[in-house]
Design a protein around this ligand. Structure first.
Ligand code: ZN
Ligand code: ZN
Ligand code: ZN
Length: 352
C-alpha cells in the first residue's frame, strides 16, 4: 500500500474528491490555468491527479487543454480531447491519415473520447481502408470507439454504449429502494456452494433510472466468488424479478475467495442511488466509485460484449468497486453491461 502525507491511497483520493467538490468556480478556473501553464507535465502524478479530479468532479470543458496539448504533441490521456475544438480534431485526423503515423494508437483514443461526425467519418473510412500502421495495432477503429463509449455499424449508425447519465452508489442512511446492492439470496452457487447475491436489484420505475429503459424490477444474481474467476457471468432476467445466471469459462481453482462472513457483510454496506446526477466521468476521479450509468472507469481495456441473443454490442449498466462492499479480498471492479431488448446482462470482473 502506498502512503502519502500519512494517508493510504484510498483515503488520499477521497480527500482530493472532497477538496475538488468544495472548490469555488474561481478556484476551478485557476486550477485549469495552472494546468495550461504546465501542460508539458500533464502525464506526471500531480498534474494528472488535478486533471482527473477536474474532469470527474467538476465536469470541466477540456477545449483549451486539448488545444494546448495538441500544440505540444501530447496525446495521452485521451480525455484531454473530450471537448477538442474542430481545428484540433481536423489536425488529429490529418496526422492519422499519414500512412507512417507513429502515434496512431494514442490518436485513435483521443478521437474516440471526442466523438462527433468528423471522427465517425474518419473511423469509417479507416475501418474500410486501413493504412499501413493498422498492422501494428490489435483492433479496428470501431473498437477504439468503445474507449469513448460508442460504436458504429458499417453503414455509419452510431450506438452509444455508455449512457449519457450517471448516478453514484454511496452509503446512505435513508432508505431508497431504487437500487439495492449485493443482497444475499437463498439459492447457492452450483460450483462452490456459497450463497448467491443479487449484485444489483433495480427498480425500473424509479424516475432516476428511466435512462436505462428497464421495465419492472430486475434482479441480477451471481456468485461473487466465482465471477472473479470466470470470464463473465451471463444473466437472463424478467421484469418481475426472476432471473438465472451462468458462468463462462470458470477457472478450476480449489480455493474460493470469499468466506461466509464477507458474504453476510456485503449487503449491509447500504449503498444507495444518489439523489442527484453526477458528471459522466465521476468514476474516473481516483476515489473508489460505484455507479449506475456514466463512463465506465475500465481497469483494463474497454469491454462491451456482444449480446449472445441478438448480436448487438451490449450497453454499460454500472460498475461495482469491490472495496465498497467487501472488507477484504477487495481487488478490482465488476462491470455490468446489458441488452435491453433481450433482457440479458453480463457481469465481468477486471483487476490490475
Ligand atoms: Zn486509509
Ligand atoms: Zn461460486
Ligand atoms: Zn440482445
Amino acid at each position: 500500500m502506498k502512503y502519502f502525507e500519512g494517508l493510504c491511497n484510498g483515503c488520499r483520493q477521497k480527500e482530493i474528491r472532497k477538496r475538488y467538490l468544495a472548490m469555488s468556480e474561481t478556484e476551478v478556473a485557476q486550477t485549469i490555468e495552472e494546468l495550461l501553464a504546465s501542460i508539458e507535465r500533464i502525464q506526471e502524478a500531480k498534474e494528472l491527479d488535478a486533471f482527473w479530479a477536474l474532469l470527474a468532479y467538476r465536469d470541466i470543458n477540456t477545449a483549451r487543454l486539448a488545444q494546448a496539448a495538441y500544440e505540444k504533441d501530447i496525446f495521452w490521456p485521451g480525455e484531454l480531447y473530450r471537448d477538442a475544438p474542430l481545428e484540433v480534431v481536423e489536425g488529429l485526423i490529418a496526422r492519422l491519415k499519414n500512412p507512417k503515423c507513429k502515434e496512431a494508437n494514442d490518436i485513435l483514443c483521443c478521437l474516440a473520447k471526442r466523438g462527433g461526425e468528423e471522427v465517425l467519418a474518419c473511423f469509417q473510412e479507416l475501418e474500410a481502408h486501413p493504412l499501413p500502421w493498422r498492422a501494428k495495432l490489435y483492433v479496428d477503429p470501431s473498437r477504439y470507439a468503445h474507449e469513448g463509449g460508442w460504436t458504429f455499424t458499417p453503414d455509419g449508425k452510431v450506438h452509444r454504449l455508455a449512457p449519457a447519465h450517471c448516478y453514484t452508489l454511496e452509503p446512505s442512511e435513508h432508505e431508497d429502494g431504487a437500487v439495492r446492492v449485493a443482497q444475499l439470496r437463498h439459492d447457492t452457487c452450483e460450483h462452490c456452494g456459497c450463497r448467491l447475491v443479487d449484485i444489483l436489484r433495480l427498480d425500473g420505475q424509479d424516475e432516476r433510472l428511466s435512462f436505462l429503459g428497464l421495465e419492472g424490477r430486475i434482479h441480477l444474481p451471481l456468485c461473487p466468488s466465482c465471477v472473479t474467476l470466470s470470464e463473465h457471468a451471463l444473466i437472463r432476467y424478467t421484469p418481475n424479478g426472476e432471473s438465472t445466471s451462468e458462468l463462462k469459462d470458470l477457472e478450476d481453482e480449489e480455493e474460493r475467495l470469499l468466506p461466509p462472513e464477507e458474504l453476510q457483510g456485503m449487503a449491509s454496506k447500504g449503498l444507495c442511488l444518489s439523489q442527484e446526477e453526477a458528471p459522466l466521468y465521476f468514476a474516473h476521479g481516483g476515489a473508489p466509485t460505484s455507479t449506475i450509468g456514466g463512463m465506465p472507469d475500465w481497469v483494463q481495456d474497454a469491454e462491451y460484449p456482444t449480446c449472445p441473443d441478438c448480436g448487438r454490442t451490449m450497453r454499460f449498466l454500472g460498475q461495482i468497486v469491490w472495496e465498497q462492499i467487501l472488507d477484504q479480498y477487495a481487488e478490482g471492479t465488476l462491470f455490468l453491461t446489458y441488452c435491453r431488448e433481450c433482457r440479458v446482462a453480463i457481469a465481468m470482473h477486471q483487476q490490475t
